[in-house]
Design a protein around this ligand. Structure first.
Ligand code: CAP
Ligand code: MG
Length: 411
């Protein structure tokens, strides 16, 4: 290979205006750690595989990245990129740079983007969440406790009318939020508009009967223009939320939806993320994905449930929560814990993550032996018990719906 200038620095302190990416890399055979890092830095910024007649030293100096904090044992290093390399307010352009060609280069066998630091000058150009944790709490009138939500189950198969009835039961039993499942969009047996109309009507009835604010999170995911149309329809019908499968719809469509500023709280489902986040040695971490979702402007995001059916341990989930709630020019995103949760798992979840979470259970509510209403009641009891610091077994002595849930699913 023809020698090209190295971007590696023995010592470097990134400027406050630089975007810093943390990578781990396993170089391909016959490629040194440093050469692999140089290839990554070049390809994700201003260069290519060879020395260019068209790239002046002045440009390389002004816009070139810096590779630093090398740790060969851990295979890790950081790259600082001048902010001028990034289009303000564009997630697609960021993805094409730092999450682009580099993952397919033959110089690397494995490459993992673990984390990204976005400088203030960069985050400022994004809208971020319109409501964030406090805004959502205000809308629902819930000051401190975790929010309780459900996913109408079965995932697919109910008619719009049946769907609305299940939602109603969940609200009556004590759920604050009811959402569609990720693959329920607009289907022959359950069309979007009819479902939204009927379910919102049931929401009003449930609000009147319980005296509690309730919310429905309809899944608007579709081709971008259709998705906007569906979100507008939700707004017209008096809805407060739109749910989006953010990776299926894509960040571009998500940003477009956020820019409409419809006043809807955006709930982000992350279906499909594990295709590129799960392999710890290759791909893009969920933490980075979550930070992008915050930039784009979701108000709530699935982050993992630690004790549930999906992969994702305590450290990872806590790290993601930190990434979407830490101090920034952007509002904090409400973390959503979902997937395989049931009443017995609520206590350790709250003990581990605190109160600023949304706890969702689909199977863990509609699978209750006495049905959805009692299932939702058992979940609320589990939350109440945990907030009082009473272990589920003890709380169940005086709460029969919780007792039945524990009997079915165990601790
Ligand atoms: C939960 C859920 C969510 C998962 C996805 C489901 O249902 O609706 O899609 O939470 O995982 O269909 O599995 P259950 P994550 O309560 O019945 O498991 O939140 O980790 O993205
Ligand atoms: Mg689901």
């Amino acid at each position: 290979m023809i020698a090209v200038k190295s971007f590696i620095r023995q010592k470097y302190s990134p400027k406050a205006t630089e975007l810093v990416a943390s990578f781990r890399v396993k170089p391909a055979r016959n490629i040194s750690f440093k050469n692999a890092l140089d290839s990554i830095a070049r390809e994700s910024s201003i260069g290519t595989w060879t020395k260019l007649c068209t790239l002046t030293d002045a440009t390389a100096k002004r816009l070139g990245p810096k590779v630093f904090a090398l740790n060969q044992e851990k295979h890790s290093a950081k790259i600082a990129y001048p902010i001028e390399l990034f289009e303000k307010g564009s997630i697609p352009q960021f993805l094409s740079s730092v999450c682009g060609n580099i993952f397919g280069m033959s110089d690397v066998e494995k490459l993992r983007l673990d984390d990204v630091f976005f400088p203030r000058a960069y985050t400022k150009a994004f809208r971020g969440p319109k409501f964030g944790i406090n805004g959502v709490r205000r809308k629902l009138g819930i000051k401190k406790r975790p929010l309780v939500g459900t996913i109408v189950k079965p995932k697919l198969g109910l008619t719009s009318k049946e769907h609305a009835k299940v939602a109603y039961n969940a609200w009556l039993g004590g759920c604050d939020l009811v959402k569609d499942d990720e693959n329920l969009t607009s289907l022959k047996f359950n069309a979007f508009k009819k479902r939204v109309e009927l379910t919102l009507r049931m929401r009003e009835k449930a609000e009147q009967e319980t005296g509690e604010p309730k919310a429905y999170m309809p899944n608007v995911t579709a081709e971008a223009l259709e998705m906007l149309e569906r979100a507008r329809f939700v707004k017209e019908q008096g809805g407060r939320y739109a749910m989006v499968d953010i990776l299926a719809a894509g960040f571009s469509a998500l940003q477009t939806l956020r820019k409409q500023d419809l006043g809807l709280i955006l709930h982000a489902h992350r279906a499909g993320h594990a295709a590129f986040t799960r392999n710890n040695e290759h791909g893009i971490s969920m933490l980075v994905t979550a930070k992008l979702a915050r930039l784009a402007g979701v108000d709530q995001l699935h982050v993992g449930a630690i004790f549930g059916k999906m992969e994702g341990g305590k450290e990872e989930v806590k790290g993601i929560i930190k990434g979407i709630t830490e101090k920034s020019t952007l509002k904090p995103v409400f973390p959503v814990c979902s997937g395989g949760l049931h009443p017995a798992r609520v206590y350790p979840l709250i003990e581990t993550l605190g109160n600023d979470i949304i706890i969702q259970a689909g199977g863990g509510i509609h699978g209750h032996p006495l049905g959805t209403i009692k299932g939702a009641r058992a979940m609320r009891q589990a939350v109440e018990g945990a907030l009082e610091g009473i272990e589920p077994m003890e709380y169940a002595l005086t709460h029969k719906e919780l007792a039945m849930a524990l009997k079915k699913w165990g601790l």
